[in-house]
Design a protein around this ligand. Sequence first.
Ligand code: GAF
Length: 431
Amino acid sequence: ETYHLSDEAPSIQSLVEQAKKLYDDTFENSSDISCAVAPGRVNLIGEHTDYTLGYVFPIGIAFSTACVGTCSIVKENEGECKIISVNSDAPKTISFKSCRDMKPLPNDDKDSWSNYVAGVVYEYIKLLPEKTAINMEISICGDVPLGSGLSSSAALEVAVATFLEVAIKKEFPNFDLGEKKDKALRCQSAENNFCNSPCGIMDQYVSCCASKDNAILIDCRSLDFESVRMADTGDEKPVFVICNSNVKHSIGGGEYPVRVKQCAEATKILQSVCGDRIKTLRDATLEDVEQAHKKRKDEGPALMDDLIYKRAKHVVTENKRTLDAKKALTSGDWKSFGALMNESHESMRSDYEVSCDEIDFLVETAQKFEGVYGSRLTGGGFGGCTVTLVDKSRVKDLCEHLKKEYAAKYDNLCPCFESSPGVGAREIQLS
Ligand code: GAF
């Protein structure tokens, strides 16, 4: 399918036009310009389950990142990449050499976005024949709110990867770049290796594979996905509303890597109790977890302590909720879907401990509002956004209510917007 700029939503058109203008204002070359865009995401349910190879159920959103510029594959050991971005506080050009032994760029906080680009460039250099490198001049514009749990980093990585794939295909038409999921894996490696973030595959995967009007149920082990359309229950059909707490989160530092380690520890314990049918937490049942928590070695302490037990319990129950949620969405059972969202939030709050006061407040305020089926924290946590399933006729009132209550309690804004599932990354023809 070919996407033309004129077919895109006005927000994408203006993002691309902004990126194109920034490109023209910064760089000289004006021929052979390509463009790629990639969306952020909101996860409906299935949180902190991807890095133990379980299930996640996200949608692509209308907020995206656009990458515009020129790129050539050169038969040399080293190439040069120049990037200008308006995602950073002030537009700034960063340049780096592209080569086979590229390392993460030394940069300060404000430039941290550049390693998402450098990491992706490195993944593609590794794929190319020996003694080839990448030369590129690109501009980047995005409107995914940064650090809001809507995957601004994955949108950036996938936009750059999609842009590079266009260039590689031009130069080597028969080059096998694999499937979209391979692109997602490359972007995940970029984030793991260049950005110090041990994230799972969800964000990059959905940014690559999102499908219009569908949520996608991703099996993070097989890396297959299923497009799931919300049942059509006519005018009564509810919608998803995203609400941004404006509390910034970062998954590179802090608690996220701690959760990854705790899950690995839980897996080891479960393997010692249940044997090698447990490859990851995905394979454990709640009974397995309860058994490991009770089991003692010669009347010593429990093999699985209370903290690891809570973490494992969240992941195991969340995988089940995610599969149940898929059924509820397909059959139009909004009550059950909402109840699963509420349970998911409670599990993240009390067992996985990745929420915060502001998010709990927004979730509880939404849950009490007439017309709402369910509400929960979405994404990595420690701030970011909530997602709420609400009757379409109640969206405006809900948003006003959340904003008013949030301002009164925290003296802060919480932007709210309705979000229907949008398409994944694509090349856009500029003319
Ligand atoms: C972040 C990570 F990047 C994802 O891989 C996922 O683990 C998510 O947090 C939690 O579900 O967005």
